[in-house]
Design a protein around this ligand. Structure first.
Ligand code: FMN
Ligand code: SF4
Ligand code: SF4
Length: 462
């Protein structure tokens, strides 16, 4: 059996799955229930200055028949008395000494930071997460993302915390910034032990088009909130990667954002995270999802021959390159597997209107055909095709050549003018504009039923 346990910057946990600081970690009741279900750790709902929340607080993006593809909130930090939270941290730690309980904190002055750090470590917290990410409400009071967006202030506060912290300190970063590595570097300069990312993304989740107010509506008005859930995973992955690849950051990363399944967690880990945190999925489906998450992760590790999480932390990083270092000689071409095709012709429409006019319809069958010489290998048809593996992207180059844009620039062979009659240099003919109007004719003509640039007639069938 693989070993799922982690030691994250000195914080030990039986598995890498932590609940993120949010409503699921609002109380000892919830955290004990979560640990009992199998979660390895929990970052307590952020504790700090007294707040008052509004009602309502959440908005969702429901995409077609899928609910909460994106989730948005205008909630603040914990509105429970600090003393209650601290007492419950103590209780949870007594019952679950081997699980990770991390105190998320957000206050203002140096003295307040010193006080709350000391109180949390006295209560038995295994570490701290400094919330420099909240994008609403708290930032207007000079906290949350207002700090996360100002590396100098962030560094100063981390230094204050390090003056008294005897347990590991994680800095939670806001994605509401153009370069996530800047606050990450500031966290490192301040002496932090680790970083976690991402917090929520500033957003308006939708507008009530009858009452002219953004969701969630509070007495006819609304406010920008924080976006999270499955929709933000690509943004989170990119930011985790940026921090993990930066040579001067070199801190353990807790990956957060859109994690709902073991696969999402593996993706965060492959890009450099060594613990993962979950909020929206636990709010949507409850703590029980941890069973599939741990068993799926375990099976993945068995399949790949990984013994510990550290066997694959950052394993995908060497394969994430700047665009200029990609092999321009590598070519793929779409291939429709007729036996799987249901004839929906979505691929035809997508390629015809949204890509490179490289799919043609057939008069006698609903299975479309790829016009190989026009296919640039963009992937669009395979992405829209509703049948798994019906369109595959097959390698069609020799497999022996390798040339990057960087190498071309360095060798002085980068093109300086558009001198290629076929767009992109990849057999790609662009039809004459007027050919767009002869739709009926195109449907009935066999073969390459289009007139291409420089021709007066449709080319003969190859
Ligand atoms: C309703 C709600 C409240 C949240 N409250 C906090 C908070 O108090 N402190 C904090 O650091 N992050 C807070 N977050 C952000 C989450 O911890 C997490 O960073 C974010 O939701 C992204 O993870 P997800 O995609 O799994 O939801 C909150 C998120 C939600 C949805
Ligand atoms: S999208 Fe897929 S299933 Fe539909 S016609 Fe194209 S190849 Fe066939
Ligand atoms: S890969 Fe792109 S260009 Fe090629 S057939 Fe599919 S959509 Fe058209």
């Amino acid at each position: 059996m693989p070993d799922l346990s982690i030691n994250f910057a000195g914080i030990k946990s039986p598995n890498p799955f932590w609940l993120a600081s949010a409503p699921p970690t609002n109380s000892g009741y919830q955290i004990m229930k979560a640990f009992d279900a199998g979660w390895g750790g929990a970052v307590w709902k952020t504790m700090g200055v007294p707040v008052v929340n509004v009602s309502s607080r959440y908005g969702g993006v429901n995409y077609r028949d899928k609910r909460l593809v994106g989730f948005n909130n205008i909630e603040l930090i914990s509105d429970r008395p600090l003393a209650d939270n601290l007492r419950e941290i103590e209780e949870v730690k007594k019952r679950f000494p081997n699980h990770a309980v991390i105190a998320s904190l957000m206050v203002q002055s140096r003295q307040e930071w010193h006080d709350i750090v000391r109180q949390s470590q006295d209560a038995g917290a295994d570490g701290f997460e400094l919330n420099f990410g909240c994008p609403h409400g708290m930032c207007e009071r000079g906290m949350g993302s207002a700090v996360g967006q100002e590396p100098k202030i962030l560094q100063m506060i981390v230094e204050w915390v390090m003056e008294v912290a005897t347990k590991p300190v994680i800095v939670k970063l806001t994605p509401n910034i153009s370069d996530i590595t800047e606050p990450a570097l500031a966290a490192r300069r301040g002496g932090a032990d680790a970083i976690s990312l991402i917090n929520t993304i500033q957003s308006i989740v939708g507008v009530d088009i009858d009452h002219f107010a953004p969701y969630p509506v509070v007495d006819g008005k609304g406010s920008n909130g924080g976006y999270c859930g499955p929709a933000v995973k690509p943004i989170a992955l990119n930011m985790v990667k940026n921090c993990a690849q930066h040579p001067d950051i070199q801190l353990p990363i807790s990956g957060i954002g859109g994690i709902e399944t073991w696969r999402d967690a593996v993706e965060h880990i492959l890009l450099g995270a060594s613990s993962v945190q979950v909020c929206t999925a636990a709010m949507h489906y409850g703590f029980g999802i941890i069973r599939e998450m741990t068993s799926g992760l375990e099976q993945y590790m068995v399949d790949k021959g990984f013994h510990t999480i550290y066997d694959f932390v950052g394993k995908a990083l060497p394969n994430v390159l700047p665009w200029e270092q990609l092999n321009m000689k590598y070519k793929v071409t779409a291939n429709i597997h007729a036996e799987k095709c249901i004839g929906c012709q979505l691929c035809y429409t997508a390629c015809e209107d949204g890509a490179h006019q490289a799919i043609k319809l057939n008069a006698d069958t609903r299975v479309p055909e790829i016009i190989e010489e026009n296919c640039v290998g963009c992937n669009l048809c395979s992405l829209v095709c509703p049948v798994e593996e019906c369109i595959t992207m097959d390698r069609t180059d020799s497999g022996t050549e390798h040339l990057t844009w960087k190498e071309r620039v360095e060798a002085g062979t980068a093109p300086t003018e558009f001198n290629d009659e076929r767009a992109g240099g990849r057999h790609h003919w662009v039809p004459e504009p007027s050919a767009a109007l002869g739709k009926e004719r195109h449907k009935t003509l066999p073969g390459k039923a289009r007139i291409y640039a420089g021709e007066t007639e449709a080319p003969a069938e190859a």
